[in-house]
Design a protein around this ligand. Structure first.
Ligand code: SME
Length: 159
């Protein structure tokens, strides 16, 4: 196994433990956001949006500055697209994507990973990177696993 593979395995374990140990679903989201932001250098802004009717509402985030997009209608922007389709969306160059809702001038790439509870999208993990083409299959796998753990927590805990 490569050193990168080992590091990803350690982080995946840390995320699993933190999400399981959190006393509430919100605390689990908070712990996941903090770990992802602190541990991965190319994750420059990390947030979790939760779905309320036809809107995504920013629940918790970590990064150098707040976003103006605290509420996003489902269907709008990259976040709204992921919520509508239920599929992970990776944008390698946000400046070349007309669907992108701009937040930070330094952002180059974005990944949005839906959180499912059963067949329903209840929220999503949204990460911005200052690097172009920042997100690989390894990022997608790590974040989809994190989203699955959060989806399980949402089933069993109070907010
Ligand atoms: N860029 C997102 C909006 C949220 S910010 O990145 C924090 C989008 O296009 O939906």
């Amino acid at each position: 196994m490569s050193i990168i593979g080992l590091i990803v395995d350690v982080l995946r374990e840390e995320l699993h433990r933190a999400i399981d140990a959190a006393p509430t679903f919100f605390a689990a989201c908070r712990a996941a956001v903090d770990l992802l932001y602190r541990r991965v250098a190319h994750y420059n802004w990390v947030g979790i949006y939760l779905r309320e009717d036809d809107e995504l509402v920013l629940s918790t985030w970590a990064g150098p500055q707040a976003t103006q997009h605290a509420r996003i209608p489902v269907g709008q922007g990259i976040c709204g697209l992921a919520a509508r389709t239920g599929e992970t969306v990776i944008v390698d160059d946000v400046n070349a994507d007309p669907r992108y809702l701009a937040c930070f001038p330094q952002t180059h790439a974005e990944i949005v990973v839906p959180i499912h509870r059963g067949s329903e999208v209840i929220g999503e993990i949204d990460i911005d990177s200052d690097q172009e083409t920042a997100f690989s299959a390894a990022d997608r796998a790590l974040l989809e696993r994190t989203a699955a753990l959060l989806g399980c927590r949402a089933r069993t805990s109070t907010v």
